[in-house]
Design a protein around this ligand. Sequence first.
Ligand code: FAD
Length: 443
Amino acid sequence: TQELHIIGGGMAGSEAAWQAAQMGVPVVIHEMRPKVGTFAHRTGHFAEMVCSNSFRSDDDERNAVGLLHWEMGAANGLIMETARAHRLPAGGALAVDRDPFAEAVTARLLAHPLISTAYDEITELPADGHWIIATGPLTSTALATSIRSATGADSLAFFDAIAPIVYAESVDMSVAWMQSRYDKGETEEEQTAYMNCPMDREQYYAFIDALLAADKTEFHEGETAGYFDGCLPIEVMAERGRETLRFGPMKPVGLTNPHSDKKPYAVVQLRRDNKLGTLYNIVGFQTKMKYGAQTAVFKMIPGLENASFARLGGIHRNTFINSPTLLDAQMRLKSRPNIRFAGQVTGVEGYVESAAMGLLAGRMAAAELLGRSLPPPPPDTATGALITHITGGAEAKTFQPMNVNFGLFPPIDAKGGRKGRKDRYKAYTDRAKESFTAWLATQ
Ligand code: FAD
């Protein structure tokens, strides 16, 4: 069997290597650390957790990331097995003793008879052979530049600028309304592209005051604030003048509030974030506010008082490709199908999501090398929902990294409204487990 080369021994690369090798395919991991470092990694180990030591909720019945844990466990994932072996007490979360965890992942990979390692930076997109690129949010500049020149300048971002994402069902539509500015667009899809939340004068100034007063996160050292005017944090726009937002993303023009005759002083717009229409992002609201501050400030927006957030906003150094345009359903670069991408660089967000995309890419690449083909898991599984989102479900134009959440799954009918949400989540995870088990059984 031909060799599979993996660039990056992080969360995704480690899992991809393990899965492919377990299927009988020889693997070479190319890792630049410890020779070449990043501003966030401290060691030369594989699968280093660069910041928090948590894999988030371990509840596989009512939480989407907990479900992802379950699926990775069912698929004999190395990252999940090792995380559980080095678990620290943390209530319902899966907290991990990071150094022993990374040392154990490294030891398991180095001991595998089919895995070898090359400790070198790869500086160019490889021309021949079978490759998985799993170089993460801090992909080295040389390789990122090479990816960019092969895929186009708009296809690779160096920063994320994430606006908060709200579950559509949690917006109060007796206050908000659906309308595109100047009623642009004729199809139903275009007409449901935006939700609007009106503010009167007092609400607007109270909101600006809250933005200015909120706790913010600083950039990490070495993580220069290289954002541009197109994606300034909302609080920085507010600092430029109390009216700036009202003439920017919150301008009240071209919109008619069907609930009131009063003209709004400002309007917060939410744009549909997925084809399913279950998620909406708050337009222009990328932010460096701390998470607690974000929920408090955004709930001041009329219509969002009871909003649930699928993810909060942020701006980080983060190298990622425009997967919806560049990748096929097999995670291959459409223009160069000998190259797959996996992990955070594909536009998923988080240790667990990155490892899950590694698991999938490793299995898909190995299947291909073994002359088989592995269809992606169904979209009603957590792994399947993520891969479906990044390779097709997400809006390519506004693509930003995504955590796993139930808004990515094909909806299950709401029984009992908001009160029934817990039961509904259980229905999602039951359906997913059955579906994922069936998918595994075909391999
Ligand atoms: P990584 O784990 O970063 O692995 C990529 C590997 O590729 C690295 O080992 C790197 O050295 C190597 N590499 C890069 N370029 C090259 C090259 N050219 N040649 C060879 N090797 C190369 N997620 C969370 O869930 N919780 C958090 O608290 C969290 N905090 C974060 C904090 C920071 C500062 C950053 C940058 C990210 C954070 N993330 C967090 C997001 C993300 O989930 C993690 O970065 C995760 O490790 C991504 O997995 P990965 O395998 O895609 O990338």
